[in-house]
Design a protein around this ligand. Sequence first.
Ligand SMILES: [Zn+2]
Length: 67
Amino acid sequence: MSNFTHQTITCPHCGQHIRMALDASAGDQEFYDDCPACCSPIHLQLTVDEVHRTIQVQVDADDEQIF
Ligand SMILES: [Zn+2]
């Protein structure tokens, strides 16, 4: 079983839907990626649920603004 999964996130800056490949094998992660549409940094937090083999992705803007 592959630890890679694809999830669609929504850019907190422009609302663009972005499909991303996520690697669950590394466990919980926190990283930044640039939106391909507006080039703004997106703050992503990955939470791996080992029991259910699912990944939860939380997305927020770099400025901690809540949408
Ligand atoms: Zn964007």
